[in-house]
Design a protein around this ligand. Structure first.
Ligand SMILES: [Zn+2]
Ligand SMILES: [Zn+2]
Length: 745
């Protein structure tokens, strides 16, 4: 019986079936194959093989060629991809395109040949490059079954300069001493990357090298490129810790980031000793580098990140499948890595909002990894300063190792009692002490730029973005207004377009520029640095121990810690709390805990400016027994989430309906809400629709509704009306949405 091969391509589509040519061997599951696609070819992954009746075979296109004889993706991960597609309501091909970092974009040499006995006036008796045919001709000949096709991967080539002839008598004159010197050097080193490079190495003018090439003593040739070098990391020593995780633990929480990693070392070493590899996933590049530095030298290590070049990723993938047990440190791009004997998945900073992918299937990587561990029936280990309620309920509180939390000193400055906006008198006073004692301070502002908005003090006019429902951010230094969402920017108007008042001024929250200006007023002569997406001053004087103040956004959390900081100030605590997301409080608490990473060696005073000095969260933050406070806080959060049907008690999906006309968006959202209510009945709950928090964004109006999966039926069943939707609006599903506004604006 003929064999049909299901192939998943890195496109937002399901798998396609192709016919295996009868003379070809069956490919293995998870291997790469090349298939005809439109008027060309594409590389995909074999996800299924099945025997089909001969009549059905006629409907299928023939597969072209296998690229691997071993799985490129381990077969046990193929059903995981399928599951992720179902739970995130995205086509499986999109999951593949998002998670597989290499292998499907090889440069291919594609050749065609006429089937023996056919008379084509195209000179295709021998294998020749497909460029000979127009796309139309290729498509036609394929459909008629008149040609054979084959492909292979084009090896990476490098153009180098190599020597051809030994130095002869002609070169041994005084005038040609430079040429002789260059040629002798080239024979010595055998190849160089370019003529300029040879001139530099042999210390001769480039013209001498050019003459050598012209006279046939040396020439350029293409050679197979050597494998790229994989990055290495400067080893760092882990801090000592008294508490280590044991086999019974499933999570580490509290303490500093490095302490939590140190607590995991015996677990990692134990796994390696048993012949198992461990996947250690991190949310961001700077944590990846830090983790790799700590583990380098302690155990066999491989690192995969988005920063690697294509060639480096390819080498990484190839070597990984043949490697002895090792620790793989990577971002989400390592999720499908071909690690044989995988014994455990470690998720560092498991609650980080950076784990939410902002495009494609919009996965929350942390929960995808927990599913992966379940799928492979291996243990998972979580680590964070404050675990997510989802993570905590997954591993069970009894399996947590609590590290003592850093000692903190907290002072809350009530902004509602102040006249000195944006700096409270307390903050000014402490800053003056920092200056007098030649110390260092960090101030975190909720946004970059000068202020959240520019407006008129006489009427209520605010400068707004023409494409979005957002006020334009005021950048005083560039005399510009810009939208941080769509990138629109414009010059500051000379007068209020509404009442012609010429005194336009900063409105709403103070950004880094405004804070910096105020601080310099109060601390004349004291060094002030800025650190945000607009301006990254070099902080090396502070790293070397000089005095000064840094004013930045949370971008500072990605910077190397500064030594002996005396003061950390949060200029406006209310910004995060004000976000309409049920995770706002946890995120704020997590940010507070992360602030300790800004200066791990010191015990700085933390000063928080807020309009809500009675907020219960501040009590937790000030508590002496941090561990108890955390447990109590998380219990409260879980209790509330249970009551209001939030994860982990019910899965939530956001459905966003967008259109160019506001009316259309609203009408279609209503239509979809009705269809969903009819469909889910008592299995779930449909909330909304309501206008999206930012209703107009980049010229599109959006309405949103939420569906809660109360009976754990799975969204692939509950959201069928959404998947079947084919009317006038753009509909996007986001399972497990996280709309928390990042502090880094
Ligand atoms: Zn006005
Ligand atoms: Zn905009």
């Amino acid at each position: 019986m003929p064999t049909a091969v299901s192939v998943l391509l890195p496109l937002p589509l399901p798998a396609f079936s192709y016919l295996l040519p009868f003379e070809q061997e069956k490919p293995v599951l998870g291997a790469r194959v090349v298939v005809p696609w439109q008027a060309g070819v594409r590389t995909g992954i074999v996800v299924k093989l099945e025997e089909i009746p001969a009549t059905k075979a006629l409907e299928l296109k023939e597969l072209i060629y296998p690229l691997d004889y071993e799985p490129f993706i381990l077969p046990e991960l193929l059903s995981f991809i399928e599951n992720l597609a179902k739970t995130s309501i995205s086509p499986p091909g999109q999951i593949l395109a998002t998670l597989l970092p290499t292998g499907l974009n090889e440069t291919l040499i594609h050749e065609v040949k006429a089937i023996a006995g056919t008379q084509l006036e195209l000179n295709l008796e021998d294998w020749s490059g497909v460029e000979k045919l127009s796309p139309g001709q290729l498509d036609f000949l394929r459909k008629q079954g008149l040609i054979l096709e084959r492909v292979r991967i084009e090896e990476a080539k490098l153009r180098v300069l190599i020597p051809y002839k030994k130095p002869d008598e002609k070169l041994k004159t005084k005038a040609k001493a430079n040429q002789l010197q260059a040629l002798e050097w080239l024979w010595e080193v055998e190849t160089v990357e370019s003529g300029a490079e040879l001139a530099r190495q042999a210390d001769v003018p480039e013209s001498s090298v050019r003459t050598l090439v012209k006279n046939g003593y040396a020439g350029y040739e293409e050679i197979t490129a050597p494998p790229p070098v994989l990055p290495s990391y400067v080893p760092k020593t882990l801090p000592l810790t008294k508490l280590y995780a044991s086999e019974n633990h499933r999570a580490v929480t509290g303490g500093y980031r490095a302490e939590r990693l140190a607590a995991l070392i015996p677990i990692l070493q134990g796994d390696l000793k048993r012949g198992k590899s461990v996947m250690v996933i991190v949310p961001e590049q700077f944590i990846l580098e830090e983790t790799a530095s700590y583990l380098q030298g302690l155990m066999p290590l491989q690192v995969l990140s988005g920063e690697l070049t294509d060639a480096q990723r390819k080498r990484f993938w190839q070597e990984l499948s043949q490697h002895e047990p090792l620790i793989l440190v990577g971002t989400y791009l390592a999720m499908l890595a071909p690690l044989r004997q995988l014994g455990r998945i470690v998720i560092l900073e498991e609650a980080s909002s950076s784990y939410k992918l902002q495009s494609g299937p919009r996965l929350f990587v942390s929960s995808s990894l927990r599913h992966l561990a379940q799928h492979l029936t291996i243990p998972v280990m979580l680590s964070d300063s404050l675990l997510s309620p989802e993570g905590l309920s997954h591993v069970g509180e009894a399996q947590c190792l609590y590290l003592p939390s850093p000692e903190r000193r907290l002072h809350v400055a009530d902004l509602s009692q102040q006249t000195n906006w944006p700096l409270s008198s307390e903050l000014i006073q402490v800053l003056k002490q920092v200056q007098e004692r030649d110390r260092r301070a960090i101030l975190l502002a909720p946004r970059r730029g000068f202020s959240a908005a520019l407006g008129c003090s006489d009427c209520t006019w605010l400068a707004e973005c023409p494409n979005c429902d957002l006020s334009l951010r005021y950048h005083q230094d560039k005399r510009q207004l810009s939208c941080h969402q769509c990138g629109y920017s414009t010059a500051i108007p000379l007068e209020c377009p509404n009442c012609h008042n010429v005194n336009l001024g900063a409105m709403r929250g103070a950004g880094t520029q405004w804070i910096a200006k105020e601080v310099s007023k109060h601390l004349p002569g004291f060094p002030i640095y800025r650190y945000d997406a607009d301006e990254r001053d070099t902080l090396s004087p502070l790293l070397e121990g000089e005095a000064g103040v840094v004013i930045g956004t949370t971008a500072l959390l990605r910077h190397a810690p500064l030594p002996d900081v005396s003061l950390i100030g949060l200029t406006l605590f209310d910004t995060l709390l004000g976000v309409s997301d049920f995770r706002a409080e946890e995120e704020t608490l997590r940010l507070w805990l992360q602030l300790a990473e800004l200066s791990p060696q010191a015990r700085p005073l933390t000063l928080i400016q807020t309009f809500q000095s009675q907020h219960p969260l501040l009590e937790f933050m000030a508590a002496k027994d941090a561990e108890k406070a955390m447990k109590f806080f998380l219990e409260g959060v879980l209790e509330r989430r249970k009551r209001f049907h939030y994860p982990p008690f019910a899965e939530v999906a956001k459905i966003q309906v967008s259109a160019k006309q506001e009316m259309t968006a609203q009408r279609e959202a209503n239509w979809l809400a009705d269809a969903l209510k009819l469909h889910v009945k008592d299995k779930g709950e449909v909330v909304g629709p309501s206008a999206a928090p930012v209703t107009k964004l980049k010229g599109l109006y959006s309405y949103q509704l939420f569906v809660r999966d109360l009976a754990h039926k799975g969204f692939e069943t509950l959201l069928q009306p959404v998947q079947a939707y084919a009317r006038g609006a753009r509909v996007r599903v986001d399972v497990d949405p996280r709309d928390i506004g990042r502090f880094l604006d």
